[in-house]
Design a protein around this ligand. Structure first.
Ligand code: UT7
Length: 332
């Protein structure tokens, strides 16, 4: 029986990452960098990189299975799967492959692309389907294998990224645990962070030339993205708090996209959220794009740091440019 105007609970989380661990010292063998530079400028110490035989579908499915187990629901109970990713195995999307691997035969599945904001955008998208009473059980996965798209001779970007996946289960519930959100985009700043299609005209028939090319690799103006994040993330969080009718004192955990420890610290300082409330695991994973928030969430839940009823402020930011914040209570 479908409920109209149902609330949302986040009832399970899971995460997965490739086995290969690459530390900063190893990277200093392929580009002119050092553990000291990477650690002091970013806080990153190592990252997990997918092997040639590991697909995005593999990692996303592994994270999803753990989230379903924690939520204690069967794959056949899932109504919708949203896969937030910018690095699908197939340009047509990978969500349906994840659906098939899980055996989620009743679910509709699609990909959502909003780069490092993908998990937050996906959370809000999923919530709309529950609030309208359309779906009861939704699996949201954030997964990326950016190592496929990094230029491994560009030290400005290659030291930053890692691969992985995180997932959550959202379920309809009497009380709404999504307390507030705000999403933003600004395409005028698109060139700050891109992975563009590059092509040459190829004459097909007289007078008709189609574009034939390929996606190259990630380019980023790090300083511009840094300034954007430190300014816009506190603003969007304040807006989401306002919409939730909450003040910053009500926040138990600040869970930002894990891009750079300096960004986490600066946002915490601006919002006057003390360091002990800031969740950070980027030292071990680097920036895993759409996966970074759900991986950090899952780790904090599993070690008992995040407890049922805790108020979490989460914010993603990145290419687009896109950014957004969501405030939710963990658990039923
Ligand atoms: O998920 C998407 C969101 N992305 C982000 O949030 C990234 C935001 N930006 C950042 O996190 C920082 O801007 C970076 C970590 C990317 C760079 O830190 P920075 O403090 O802004 O460094 P910078 O770009 O100003 O570079 C400083 C120096 C330069 O040398 P010169 O010109 O001063 O001689 C760079 O060439 O550091 C050099 N540099 C490096 N040196 C050693 C840049 N990358 C490296 C490197 N190793 N890997």
């Amino acid at each position: 029986m479908k409920q109209i105007g149902a609330g949302i609970s986040i009832t399970g989380s899971g995460s997965a990452a490739p086995a290969a661990v690459v530390d900063n010292h190893a990277l200093s063998r392929i580009v002119e960098t050092s553990d000291e530079w990477i650690t002091t400028r970013t806080g990153i110490r190592c990252r997990r990189l997918a092997s040639a035989s590991e697909s995005l579908t593999d990692t996303a499915t592994a994270a999803a299975e753990k989230a379903l187990a924690m939520a204690k629901i069967a794959p056949t109970d899932i109504d919708l799967i949203i896969l937030a990713t910018s690095t699908a195995d197939d340009l047509f999307g990978s969500a349906c492959q994840v659906q098939a691997r899980l055996g989620a035969s009743q679910a509709v599945a699609f990909d959502l692309t909003a780069a490092c904001s993908g998990f937050v955008f996906g959370l809000v998208t999923a919530a709309q389907f529950i609030r309208t009473g359309t779906y009861q059980n939704i699996l949201l996965i954030g997964a990326d294998i950016l190592s496929r798209w990094v230029n491994w001779s560009d030290r400005r970007t290659c030291v930053l990224f890692g691969d992985g996946a995180g997932a959550v289960v959202l379920q309809a519930s009497k009380r709404d645990h999504l307390l507030g959100f705000e999403l933003r985009s600004d395409g005028t700043q698109n060139s700050c962070l891109q992975l563009p299609y590059q092509s040459q005209p190829q004459e097909l028939i007289d007078g008709i030339a189609i574009a034939k090319g390929y996606y190259h690799s990630i380019t980023m103006n790090g300083q511009e993205v840094y300034k954007f994040a430190v300014k816009k993330v506190p603003e969007v969080i304040e807006k989401a708090l306002y919409r939730a009718n909450l003040t910053v004192e009500a926040v138990d955990w600040l869970l930002l996209h894990q891009a750079n420890q300096r960004i986490l610290d600066a946002v915490g300082e601006r919002l006057k959220i003390p360091p002990e409330k800031i969740i950070s695991n980027l030292a071990n994973y680097g920036n895993t794009s759409a996966a970074s928030i759900p991986i950090a969430l899952d780790e904090a839940v599993r070690v008992g740091k995040i407890k049922p009823g805790n108020v979490i402020v989460t914010s993603g930011f990145g290419a687009g440019l896109t950014w957004g914040a969501a405030i939710f209570e963990w658990g039923n």
